[in-house]
Design a protein. Structure first.
Length: 188
């Protein structure tokens, strides 16, 4: 990995039977070759790159991007999304310039599948899901010109609510109040 700080300490292949020996033999050249083979087998794969920090055309077209990433994601480390946000920020003129079309939220306790009981849960963002905080925030931004700032999420069992802060602000406990209540936190 060229930037090990973007990786996760959990990045292992634990399938057993010695299948994790790839760590001893995989090189950057070998990984690049595997990527190229994948593109040759499925050419459409080359068009799904989500790593380009130049969002000028997206912004010019009136696009709005509401991105979130779970801090407890066990498969995709959040550092990658943070890195992408920072690269977009550098390319697009900084955080203030990006705020008109791009908002990023980190979700404490949110896993890859988002199914942790008692933790804030981002449901599948569909209007018919009954739990559509993220979709509603995006819809209000696109249709009502109300950019999302703090978005309050509630766990599926309703025992916990927490605010999602627009990055780079972080959720901070105020020092008083129930730790499972969004009202006890601020974005700083």
């Amino acid at each position: 990995m060229q930037k090990p700080e973007l990786g996760s300490y959990m990045f292992v292949n634990a399938t057993g039977k010695g299948a994790n020996r790839w760590r001893d033999t995989l090189t950057y050249a070998g990984l690049a070759e595997a990527q190229n083979r994948g593109v040759q087998l499925q050419p459409q794969f080359s068009a799904i790159n989500t790593d380009d920090p130049d969002l000028a055309r997206f912004k010019a077209a009136g696009g709005k991007l509401l991105m979130y990433h779970g801090l407890a994601d066990e498969y995709i480390p959040p550092q990658g999304s943070i890195n992408y946000y920072k690269r977009v920020s550098a390319r697009m003129g900084g955080t203030p310039a990006m705020s008109s079309f791009y908002r990023f939220h980190l979700v404490p306790g949110f896993t890859h599948s988002g199914r942790s009981e008692g933790a804030p849960n981002v449901p599948v963002p569909q209007p018919a899901s009954g739990r559509d905080e993220m979709f509603a925030a995006l819809q209000n931004w696109v249709e009502g010109a109300k950019a999302p700032a703090t978005i309050t999420l509630t766990s599926s069992d309703t025992s916990t609510s927490l605010p999602l802060c627009v990055y780079p602000a972080r959720i901070t406990y105020r020092g008083t109040g129930p730790v499972k209540s969004a009202a006890s936190y601020a974005c700083r």
